[in-house]
Design a protein around this ligand. Structure first.
Ligand SMILES: N[C@@H](CCC(=O)N[C@@H](CS)C(=O)NCC(=O)O)C(=O)O
Length: 291
């Protein structure tokens, strides 16, 4: 949804939004649900295409033998009447070009994967995805102490490295002056970090707001100042999805009220004024040095 906003594609997509909970078992069954009316849960909508109760019904419409997860996001093409893709990284990439012939120049010329930054984007994506974007899940869904201990370290190694990177590139974006895929992918994880991952996934060696002044400033700038970010962020959906749909992690499904505020205000435009932060735990520093 964020990529659609940034590329000026909102008129091309009609969006239906599932309720954040209840979800599925460990196999994902029955999975995401649509509300019965648009008033049932704020920000969630009925399935505008088929009126389905569950997202899995839409997958089976595309393929009766479908065996994958019923995950979001999922893109449906009304012309060929099938699901195009349900992998966010691939969607993010393909939306940069697939509708350019229909877009006015100010949007056709926007790209989050510019040619001169591709090598760098690919290099950072590799460890950022492994250690941070999916790293929080590897720590959070660990079923024993050893697995958790091993997986929480890389999360903060990657954050330490990104904090330095944004500072060195001078901001306001990860690679400097240009907004890229890296910002979109990092935003999806950091907007959830203090709110959910610190407590629900036990990623609590530090927080963005306390230990990473540069990343916190980067995050606040996107949320408050760059059109599309705030508009596609819903803290109630974010919080309730995790805390009310993982019964093994949070059996009473109580959603913590904090942190307050969800995101801080006040953006420093001059990144060089910010002191670079880090989590100084020896294991984290050692991991960071290998990235
Ligand atoms: N590779 C997919 C994974 C998406 C994904 O796992 N989405 C989660 C929500 S953030 C989901 O729908 N989980 C339900 C399930 O896997 O059953 C992507 O990034 O698009």
């Amino acid at each position: 949804m964020l990529a659609c906003q940034l590329k000026g594609l909102t008129d091309f997509f009609d969006v239906s939004i599932v309720k954040p909970y209840p979800k599925g078992d460990d196999k994902g069954w029955p999975g995401w649900r649509f509300p019965k009316t648009d008033n049932e849960y704020p920000g969630a909508t009925v399935d505008k295409l088929f009126g389905s109760e569950y997202l899995h019904e839409v997958h089976f419409k595309a393929d009766k033998e479908y065996k994958g997860r019923y995950s979001v996001p999922a893109l449906w093409d009304t012309k060929t009447n099938t699901m195009v893709n349900n992998e966010s990284a691939e969607l993010l990439r393909s939306l940069q070009t697939s509708f350019n012939h229909e877009l006015p120049p100010e949007f056709a010329n926007v790209t989050l994967y510019p040619e001169h930054l591709r090598t760098k984007i690919d290099e950072v994506t590799e460890w950022m995805q492994r250690d941070l974007n999916t790293g929080v899940y590897k720590a959070g869904f660990a079923l024993d102490q050893e697995t958790y201990d091993k997986n929480v370290i890389p999360v903060f190694g990657a954050l330490n490295k990104l904090e330095k990177m944004v500072s060195q590139n001078g901001g306001p974006y990860v690679l400097g002056k240009e907004l890229t895929e890296l910002d979109v992918r990092l935003y999806a994880t950091l907007i959830r970090f203090d709110t959910v991952y610190v407590q629900h996934f036990k990623c609590n060696l530090g927080t963005i707001r306390h230990d990473y002044p540069v990343l916190n400033n980067w995050l606040k700038n996107l949320y408050w100042n760059v059109k599309g970010f705030k508009e596609t962020t819903n803290f109630k959906h974010i919080k309730e999805n995790y805390t009310k749909s993982h019964a093994d992690i949070n059996p009473h499904a109580i959603t913590p009220v904090g942190p307050f505020p969800d995101i801080e205000e006040g953006v420093e435009q001059d990144i060089s004024k910010l002191k670079v932060g880090s989590v100084k735990m020896p294991e984290v520093l050692e991991y960071e040095s290998k990235l």
